[in-house]
Design a protein around this ligand. Sequence first.
Ligand code: ZN
Length: 357
Amino acid sequence: MANPLTPDVLVDPVVLTRTLVDIESVSRDEKVIADCVEDVLRQTPHLSTERHGNTVMARTDLGREQRVVLAGHLDTVPLNDNFPSTVVDDLIYGCGTADMKSGVALALHLAATLPDPCYDLTFLFYEAEEIDSRYNGLRLVGEARPDWLRADFAVLLEPTYGVVEAGCQGTMSAVVRTHGRRAHTARSWRGVNAIHAAGEILQRLEDYRPRRVTIDGCKYREGLSAVKISGGVAGNVVPDECAIEVNLRFAPDRTEKEALAHLQDVFNGFDLEVIDSAPGALPGLSAAPARDFLIAVGEEPAAKLGWTDVSRFAAMGIPALNYGPGDPRLAHAPDEHVEIGKIRDGAATLHRWLATY
Ligand SMILES: [Zn+2]
């Protein structure tokens, strides 16, 4: 197959978005799109390009004082009668238009057309973001080639509808248990009912007032929810155990350790076991490239409430944020689309930020 990513496609981020959407790349099937992207980058003389699995990295080495990563995943969720792309007025419809080939198009357009950026740039086009994190290209590269991620600042071009979404909240799941003593229900006073004891846990959840906190101008809103409850032995047995699974979403000014201490405090007196946890990421908007980026965008940043790959950079001490032309509410939807105007705005913003050396 001839590479559809020709020079006249690469110069126009809108045409490039469509062309990328029309290369099918459902998770675990990214070889063809990675081949096309790698081929383009290898032909770009100001970049040095390497590949790990179906993740492609290309970077400049201009000796600039600071380095910025621009990253995007190449994969999409499964097709849903929305392939190939179609255009209706100012909208491009199709699988991956918002999440996130319009963002990938911005990065690839810059990679191909900006030989003299004001920061050294590292472009990462990675595989398997939409599935289990053990396949995640960014995670794999972080383990095998951590030097590829090294930078002073990172932008993930995930859908944010042209707004800067900074940092992200952490998440912690835990099981809170009550214990009792089994007995026949005909002589229930001989037992201790663990399900009755769980009422106190539910009451504490009902009374819980989640914290709101503003960091670097971003407003975070925490939450603590029961997500599962189980207990009971048989219809004639006083139950001796009840388990309530809770999920805490915590603002990034708390570490995982502090989040755990908070849960232990809320459920003081009960047996608590953490079953899953991922740290949040501070917005990190005080880094110089981040400040310049916010000026180029010209709008207030918003807090990212969900967990994203931004945290992988934060865990390495690299401030990172999300910024992309797609509308996050349309991600994974059958009528997924992207506004052509948002793609053009995004390209103009990134040029303003990076082309002023
Ligand atoms: Zn995405």
